[in-house]
Design a protein. Sequence first.
Length: 220
Amino acid sequence: MRFFLLYLLLFMMSGCTVLSVQPTTSDPVHRYFLNIALGSEFGSHHSNIKKWNQPIYIQVKGLPTKKDVDTLKQVMSELSDLTRLSIKMVTTEPANINVYFVPKSQFSEIEPNYKHGNSGFFWVWWHPLTNNIYQARILISTTTLSQIERNHLIYEELTQSLGLMKDSRRYSDSIFYQSWSRVTRFSDMDKKIIQLLYHRAINSGMNREEVIEVLEGMFF
């Protein structure tokens, strides 16, 4: 199962208002988006939109296979098309996403917030005032996994590090499916919610109620 953690300054938790009644929407794309894009499974449960607003530079570390790198490049290309973000792989420039292909036994050394038992993991940082993501770290195990399983984790961890940070049991063909999966392509639903997160009307920091208000005016 793929998991993730988030970092948030604790003072941002003060003064949060919990709505007693959460608004809903009947559109299946919108419902899935609300399920995946708000909150997180681990770490902070601050349920606001988080997304990148700057170019992404990815650096690969560890010992990836050629197929690992090819898959990573493929996911980068697809995500760039879906989000309209500039996503590039770099070797010398400072990177804001580091992807580690290492044995799972080394995960805790690289990322102290790692939750044991996970073969794929990511941790993201965002600005506490703007909710814009500015850095991420991704871990992919090089042990005990088939190449197909590694390909799946590359898809999921990189995509979730862009702001879609929860899993769901709703669609088994989704890259965000909560149970262990070998899905190595985005479903049509996945593509729609990735595009939706980076729609110009969806802003970092929006809460559930604000997002629904925007979604109700959309035909997606």
